[in-house]
Design a protein around this ligand. Structure first.
Ligand code: D41
Length: 676
């Protein structure tokens, strides 16, 4: 390391850009995210101290800038043409015939590449520096989105070239890969924001943000596909060579491109890519065929803004219209109630769809969808199809509004949706057949009742053979019942019965945790134990008295109250006590010793290397922290392991403290904890 800021800035910029290249271009991360973040912060601080030393390819320039009031317009020096398109093989054969006749040749070499379904963008580099990015617009003029393009991690800010061309203009498509798209929509739904209907809209919408800091948070990628201008060095001779040239400058181009001789090979590539379409992580809406030789491209020229040397062969659409006939509500393994649309069957890109998710009631209200409506369906890859829109003009007079049932369709327990939460859940956790396996597994788990030998497979077998319906039934199992299960030998059956017997001696906190009440984790269970001392006191407490417990707010209190309001649940609790489950009861202590992290909410994200997430969580809870799954402005600290993702981003956005694994270990050590 050096103390010369200029040199250190250069080192850090190069190091970070290399790591970023490994991550975004090679898809082969070189260091844990926390390491990247440390270097990034150091660079940020140095640049703040010495602004004139900041480099033009600094990764700090990718986080976005202050918002614009509007976009400037940009004239495309070389117009951005459109593509002629075809749906049928015949049209492709006719295209090839026209090309051959115009050129007077027998066979033509083509390049076939996927047609990305995103938003077309043109990037201008001068002497190797990215100086401008523009949308396609009408092909003649577009909008200046330079600030936004800079935030897209795989767009080179500076070309990887010691002797870069004086002018380079690269064109391509900005796309949002499926995984990022699903994650973005999930976050938007959780925040009560409207999700994007499809990745294309999400990419286009993200690119047209006046505030590039928003674009910076969107998982966008640029896929290069053509060269519009090149000055200061000679042009390649073919499209294939053009793509290689782009790769050399670190642009990402499609890995799916192929060189084809003659039209038969084009059609074979089309069929191959179509067959693999659902496995790709990004949406493609067809295959583009291009004459490979650039001199032949020039000779063929274009007609009404469409090149005669290229053709888009379209795939079946991913969006189709159909009619919503009914909505059913399903209960998931954890009690979440999901509205499922029953539809008139319709073929969406090769798959017949008759069910789709409507996600939750918020989504239904936002779409204002009613039974009888004509709706737009979107089906991507292997993801469950979704209803993404309604054709208002086609609403029949007898269209019916959709209502959330008040009781669980599987067990009849009350459905509860805490205020401000998106997801409604069944409150019959202990009795609901949809949740029984999960409930039993949780009940038996090590930190709950700790029933040794009652693993996932045995739980599945017990439920499938109807030996156990709820957790109280466990305590009536006999060795005779157990040996009937294929998997279980005499000895294991004996051991399990013994483990069940042993588990009866427990603590109130473990018992409360084992019941699987929503929002009641181990630390809340311990707090309830300390506060109330006796089970009956917890069961009878109203929401106000529950909120007297440290860390129990209205949401947790509501969940506890709703749980014990279900007669079914109370019956199971009674049956458990009748089966002989006991613990030491005590009168609650008036004062509790303050733990160092009492009242704090912590979040673990990414992969930890030296301890399991469970151990880290347990140790944090021992220090009094509550460990939760989502980051908010109230979060005290986010522990970011390797490959931490959106939670880390969010923590940064909210200015929440971030700690790496080492920091966490040091914290534990300073409090005399040594989790393995
Ligand atoms: O992937 C695409 N969406 C794509 C679009 C592609 N692979 N190649 C393209 N090639 C062209 C020409 C032949 C005109 C250079 C295109 C487009 N154009 C295009 N994108 C939007 C309008 C036209």
């Amino acid at each position: 390391m050096t103390s010369d800021p200029d040199q250190r800035i250069r080192e850090l910029t190069e190091q970070l850009n290399h790591w970023s290249y490994r991550y975004y271009i090679l898809d082969d991360p070189a260091v844990p995210d926390a390491e990247y973040d440390r270097a990034f912060r150091e660079l940020q601080e140095l640049e703040a101290q010495y602004p004139d030393k900041a480099r033009s390819d600094s990764p700090t320039r990718r986080v976005g800038e202050a918002p614009l009031t509007e976009f400037d317009t940009v004239r495309h020096e070389v117009p951005m043409l459109s593509l002629g398109n075809a749906r049928e093989d015949d049209e492709v054969i006719a295209f090839d015939r026209r090309v051959r006749e115009a050129l007077g040749v027998e066979k033509v070499d083509y390049v076939a590449e996927p047609k990305f379904d995103g938003s077309a963008v043109s990037l201008l580099y001068q002497n190797g520096d990215l100086v401008r990015a523009a949308t396609r617009g009408d092909g003649g003029t577009g909008e200046d989105i330079t600030a936004n393009a800079r935030t897209i991690r795989n767009i080179p800010l500076v070309l990887n070239d010691d002797d870069p061309p004086a002018v380079l203009e690269v064109r391509g498509e900005v796309v949002m890969p499926h995984r990022g798209f699903e994650g973005l929509n999930e976050r938007r739904r959780q925040r009560g924001e409207a999700p994007f209907a499809n990745p294309r809209n999400a990419a286009a919408g993200s690119l047209r943000q006046l505030d590039s800091r928003i674009t910076a948070e969107r998982p966008l990628q640029f896929m290069g596909y053509s060269l519009a201008r090149l000055e200061g060095q000679s042009w390649p001779e073919t499209h294939d060579a053009t793509l290689d040239l782009l790769t050399g400058w670190d642009f990402i181009i499609s890995p799916e491109r192929s060189h084809c001789i003659g039209v038969e090979e084009l059609l074979a590539v089309y069929r191959d890519i179509l067959a693999r379409r659902d496995q790709l992580d990004y949406d493609i809406d067809g295959v583009v065929y291009k004459v490979d030789r650039l001199d032949w491209q020039r000779e063929l020229g274009f007609r009404s803004r469409e090149p005669r040397w290229a053709l888009a062969h379209k795939f079946p659409a991913r969006e189709e219209l159909t009619v919503l006939r009914d909505v059913e509500f399903q209960v998931g393994r954890t009690g979440a109630i999901t509205p499922v649309a029953r539809l008139d069957p319709v073929d969406v890109a090769g798959v017949t769809v008759s069910n789709a998710t409507l996600h939750n009631m918020d989504e239904i209200e936002r779409l204002d969808v009613r039974i009888g409506d004509t709706v737009t369906l979107y089906r991507a890859g292997d993801v469950i199809p979704k209803v993404v829109g309604v054709v208002a003009e086609r609403r029949p007079e007898n269209a019916r509004r959709i209502q959330m049932p008040s009781n669980c369709p599987a067990c009849g327990s009350e459905i509860y949706r805490p205020e401000g939460e998106v997801i409604a859940r069944c409150t019959g956790g202990l009795v609901c057949p949809a949740q029984q396996k999960e409930a039993i597994k949780h009940f038996a788990s090590r930190r709950a009742m700790d029933i040794d030998g009652l693993g996932e497979k045995i739980v599945d077998a017990l439920v499938d053979h109807d030996l156990v319906r709820n957790v109280a039934d466990l305590y009536h199992l006999k060795v005779d019942n157990l040996v009937q299960l294929e998997r279980l030998a005499d000895k294991s059956a004996n051991n399990l019965v013994q483990a069940l017997e042993q588990s009866k001696n427990t603590t109130l906190a473990r018992f409360l945790y084992a019941l699987g009440i929503r929002e009641v984790g181990e630390s809340t269970a311990r707090a309830l134990e300390a506060h109330f001392g006796r089970l009956e006191a917890v069961m009878n407490a109203d929401e106000d008295s529950l909120q007297q417990v440290p860390d129990v707010g209205p949401v947790v209190a509501g969940q506890i109250r709703h749980f014990f309001d279900q007669a079914h649940n109370v019956e199971v609790v009674q049956a458990l006590r009748d089966a002989g489950i006991t613990w030491r009861e005590f009168e609650p202590e008036a004062t509790q010793q303050e733990l160092p992290l009492a009242g704090q909410s912590w979040v673990l994200t990414g992969t930890l290397e030296q301890l399991t997430r469970d151990r880290a969580k347990q140790a944090l809870e021992e220090l009094g922290a509550r460990v939760t799954g989502s980051v908010s402005s109230k979060t005290a600290c986010v522990v970011a392991g390797e490959a931490a993702g959106s939670k880390l981003d969010k923590a940064r956005d909210l200015g929440v403290e971030v700690m790496d694994e080492q920091g966490l270990l040091e914290l534990f050590e300073s409090h005399g904890l040594k989790p393995e």
